[in-house]
Design a protein. Structure first.
Length: 76
């Protein structure tokens, strides 16, 4: 539901159609609900993400790993 609300807000504020969206970039792999929303509204958009979506009970470890990866990228 949040995705639908967010998209409705963006669509209203910026007067944009889903067909105009060519790419969606996310830090986390989209959830199934996100994927359904994108398939419905952004049919031609390419989706990229930085991190695979963890299991529901594994977010703490995933955040820690992402944080470490971000620090390693900054120091490289």
């Amino acid at each position: 539901m949040r995705g639908e609300q967010a998209w409705a807000s963006v669509r209203q504020q910026h007067k944009v159609r889903g067909s105009a969206v060519s790419a969606v970039s996310s830090e986390w792999q989209p959830s199934m609900a996100d994927q359904k929303l994108m398939a419905k509204n952004f049919r031609k958009a390419e989706c990229t993400y930085s991190f695979a979506r963890p299991a529901p009970d594994d977010w703490e470890r995933a955040f820690a790993a992402a944080h470490r990866e971000g620090r390693n990228a900054q120091s490289a």
